[in-house]
Design a protein around this ligand. Structure first.
Ligand code: ADP
Length: 386
């Protein structure tokens, strides 16, 4: 051998050694070289670690050694070789079998190897153990399925509950309204025939009955909005006029509680596309609350303003206020904050929930800012022309 031939030969051996080391140092991936019929010629440390076999236990064995018995029965190893030959390279994911018979989930690439003339000389199979990911995915899928099932069950229970509330409220409203009529007749028509005590008792019964009707109406309204049955009937609404009308309607309440009410409007005519009847109830709720949760002698201010696109209504009071923790849940269903005034002024905890739903339907927003002992401000913003 000449000196230069000797040099080339050593270089080739060196290069080959480098490739061997590169091939072997891959630990996370198993690399298996097969002959053209699928028999194992060599593999790397990664493949040994993944499958648990020693090298001399697999060399010369058919690569179907790692397939599940069902896959072998279905002829999958040969089908994979054929597909890899036809498509150059295939990627699969499947269970494979370890030496100890346990299975592992593998992602696999099978590439056909050709010589320069294009004849098949073997295959390279690269595998990665993805059992942990598969387990996590399966657990997630199962949990997801269970959650979906529970959600469907809850949804149907919720519908049953809404229907029950709606039906019960309807049934309760008729007799309650009957009672109101008769108590009203007694109070108005028989005043001179009633003793003071009788009149006081009937008045108490009348007031309780009114609260009962309010509660039934709130339940019905809530069931309706929860069932998605509220369809807004929009028309141009003059906000200034609407606020004045609601304040006028509640004047007796303010007078009884010796509260002063101021309406401020910094823009002339503020008109908005809205469902007038429902917007009136929103304002009634907010202004009534402002009065209800403010001591006698307090002040309530309603401010109207407008930007190019929005109308803003602020209802502020000098009342008992709401703590930051309670403010977070103020629009939740049945949320009532125990305080000195809530006990004797009635309520259901449904008003603000319903109000927010109606504002949402108008694509508007509602916020509260409040300081316990100082008062609260409820700010409603609704787009003028949606
Ligand atoms: P309720 O029928 O009990 O008044 P709402 O949904 O209207 O129900 O209000 C929920 C709770 O929020 C009330 O119980 C009350 O404690 C609190 N709240 C509402 N408005 C005010 C306000 N202006 N000032 C202080 N607390 C308020």
């Amino acid at each position: 051998m000449t000196a230069s031939l000797q040099e080339t030969h050593e270089k080739v051996i060196q290069e080959r050694e480098k490739y061997r080391q590169l091939f072997d140092c891959v630990q996370d991936y198993g690399i298996i070289l097969l002959d053209a019929s699928g028999y194992i010629e060599t593999w790397n440390t990664g493949a040994r670690k993944i499958t648990g076999y020693a090298t001399d236990e697999v060399i010369g064995k058919h690569f179907s050694l790692f397939y599940m018995p069902t896959a072998i029965d279905a002829g999958k190893p040969d089908k994979d070789l054929l597909r890899a030959t036809q498509q150059d390279r295939i990627e699969t994911e499947d269970w494979q079998v370890n030496k100890d018979g346990s299975r592992f989930w593998a992602t696999m690439t099978l590439t056909s190897l050709m010589d320069k003339s294009g004849s098949l000389i073997g295959f390279a199979k690269i595998i990665k153990d993805m059992t942990e990911r598969k387990m996590n995915e399966d657990a997630l899928r199962t949990a997801n399925k269970r959650l979906t099932q529970q959600y469907v069950e809850l949804e149907s229970l919720n519908t049953v509950k809404d229907e029950f509330i709606s039906l019960a409220s309807h049934q309760l409203r008729t007799p309650a309204t009957g009672i109101k009529q008769f108590l009203g007749m007694l109070l108005e028509g028989y005043t001179d025939q009633l003793t003071g005590t009788q009149r006081r008792y009937i008045q108490k019964a009348y007031d309780s009955n009114e609260r009962q009707i309010d509660l039934v109406n709130s339940l019905l309204r809530t069931a309706q909005v929860d069932a998605g049955k509220v369809i807004l009937t929009k028309s141009p609404v003059d906000m200034g006029r609407l606020v004045d009308s609601v304040v006028g309607e509640l004047q007796d309440v303010f007078t009884r509680r010796t509260q002063t009410v101021i309406v401020q409007s910094n823009s002339h005519i503020v008109s908005v596309q809205a469902d007038e009847a429902r917007l009136r109830m929103v304002l009634e709720n907010l202004i009534d609350n402002a009065s209800k949760y403010t001591d006698s002698g307090g002040h309530i201010t309603i401010t109207l303003s407008a930007t190019k696109k929005y109308v803003k209504i602020c209802v502020s009071d000098t009342g008992i206020g709401i703590s930051p923790a309670d403010s977070k849940h103020i629009f939740d269903k049945f949320n009532q904050i125990p305080n000195d005034l809530s006990g004797n002024r009635g309520g259901s905890g449904l008003g603000l929930y319903w109000v927010k739903k109606i504002i949402d339907l108008h694509q508007g927003t509602i916020h509260v800012s409040s300081q316990p002992g100082k008062g609260s401000v409820f700010t409603v913003s609704i787009p003028k022309n949606v």
